[in-house]
Ligand binder design. Structure first.
Ligand code: GDP
Ligand code: IMO
Ligand code: MG
Length: 423
């Protein structure tokens, strides 16, 4: 029986997951999203086309592979319709290839309103969410009062209205003004559209695919530092972004997990609030942001930039059981004379390589090792043999420290700007 390979982010999201899933798709029969929702923005570039996927898996463009939105995802019908129709406009009819789990939970218009209201109530302590209703939708799932995709196959108004009434009470208690009618109309249009897709018991389908010998790639959203259990809580998202999330989010047994691809940028970014030990609030940070075009694919917000953090990466590799690493955006560092990498934290005078319980408690000073930059444009490189020696040193340094091989190196946003070392 085949196993499910998992590809997930090791930092604070936006590591380039979408691009690499697209590159790996020809090796698989099935690609499946297992958590998150339209807070994700996965960018794919190929043949002079560019798409940003939110809820649809990134395996949708290479051949007619089956793509599944798993039970662990929260789905906004209105945004889903927009996303699918944008693909259609680009000439990609995905209807035959895309299956949706009955057990995925729906994001309601009032979830989005609650997201905004909770953030406003937090004031300066706000999380800086994407405003897509993710937290409130997962809250309803966990408190056993959510609406699922399977529900809309029958009469769902009673359930919907009960949830809406409960949400309105909360919104009023937060002194929040709301106008539901228009967004509700769009949302219901989205629900009708969603019904035209193949809605399935995805856990059964995925397990029978495994028995038939089909190969499956599970695509993570967000990153390990945003995981609800292991991320920089409370500045996290509301799902398990880690490898274990693929088991609960797809209905696969832990022993059926195969390779775990952990993807990271050659530096670090974070969007929204929360601690970021290696953040660069200086000219180098500006350079990374400008050269790396570090603006959120969902909200357009400027991403905060900083040096690579091996303390956090090591922790992420441990939690996920990463077997192979993937490094993206090394090309963005090409203008720098020297590149720093954090190998330990100095927390209130104590140096440690261990990731702390709370990144916000006390002052964390990263301990850096400085490496020489390569000062070479990498974006046209097609083979590892063309790597400048300083890049090889950078790669070797990371592999040594993390004791995990880097199997793929991405040197630009396009599908073709990818060097696969060995898989
Ligand atoms: P995801 O959410 O992990 O899929 O990542 P995003 O799509 O949000 O952000 C990654 C951004 O970097 C996108 O704009 C990609 O097109 C781009 N990208 C991916 N890999 C590379 C790379 O190796 N070099 C450069 N310069 N850009 C890349
Ligand atoms: P992809 O899949 C980067 C961040 C938000 C905020 C926090 C909580 O593209 O890597 P939420 O809306 O989930 O309640 O926001 O998580 N965040 C992301 N940051 N990439 C993402 O997804 C993100 N999804 C959520 O900015 O700090
Ligand atoms: Mg993204």
């Amino acid at each position: 029986m085949k196993k499910v390979d998992v590809l997930l982010g090791l930092q604070w999201g936006d590591e380039g997951k979408g691009k690499i899933v697209d590159v790996l798709t020809p090796r698989y029969d099935v690609i499946s999203r297992f958590q998150g929702g339209p807070n994700a923005g996965h960018t794919l570039e190929f043949n002079n086309e560019k798409y940003i996927l939110r809820s649809i898996p990134s395996g949708i463009f290479q051949g007619e592979k089956i793509n599944i939105i798993g039970n662990g995802v929260v789905l906004d019908p209105q945004l889903f319709k927009q996303e699918a129709q944008a693909l259609l406009l680009g000439g990609h009819d995905i209807r035959k290839q895309l299956y949706i789990s009955k057990k995925a939970h729906l994001i309601l218009p009032t979830h989005r309103m609650l997201d905004a209201a909770y953030e406003a109530a937090k004031g300066t302590d706000k999380i800086g969410t994407t405003g897509k209703g993710i937290g409130p939708a997962y809250t309803d799932k966990i408190s056993r009062s959510g609406l699922r995709v399977g529900d809309i196959m029958g009469e769902y108004n009673e359930k919907y209205n009960a949830i809406k009434a409960r949400h309105k009470t909360i919104l009023r208690s937060l002194n929040c003004r709301y106008a539901i009618r228009e967004s509700e109309y769009e949302w219901r249009q989205g629900v009708e559209y969603l019904k035209s897709f193949k809605i399935i018991d995805s856990e059964n389908v995925i397990n029978s695919y495994l028995h038939e010998g089909k190969s499956i790639l599970a695509e993570g959203a967000q990153g390990t530092m945003l995981d609800i259990d292991f991320g920089s809580y409370p500045f996290v998202t509301s799902s398990n972004t880690v490898c274990a999330g693929a088991c609960t989010g797809l209905g696969i047994a832990p022993r059926n997990i195969g390779e775990v691809y952990g993807i990271f940028k050659a530096y670090c970014t974070r969007v929204g609030s929360g601690p970021f030990p290696t953040e660069l609030k200086n000219e180098t940070g500006e350079i990374l942001c400008t050269v790396g075009n570090e603006f959120g694919s969902v909200t357009g917000r400027r991403r905060r930039c900083g040096w690579l953090d091996l303390v956090a990466l090591k922790y992420s590799i441990m939690i996920n059981g990463v077997t192979r690493l993937i490094m993206t955006k090394g090309d963005v560092l090409s203008t720098l004379d020297n590149i720093k990498v954090a190998t330990a934290y100095n927390i209130n005078g104590v140096v440690t390589e261990e990731f702390p319980y709370d990144l916000s408690s006390g002052e964390i000073m990263p301990v850096y090792t400085e490496l020489k930059g390569w000062k070479t444009d990498l974006t046209g490189i097609t083979s590892e043999s063309e790597f400048p020696k300083e890049l090889n040193n950078y790669i070797r340094f990371i592999e040594d420290r993390l004791q995990t091989p880097i199997s793929i190196i991405s040197v630009g946003p396009d599908r073709n700007q990818t060097i696969v070392r060995e898989l």
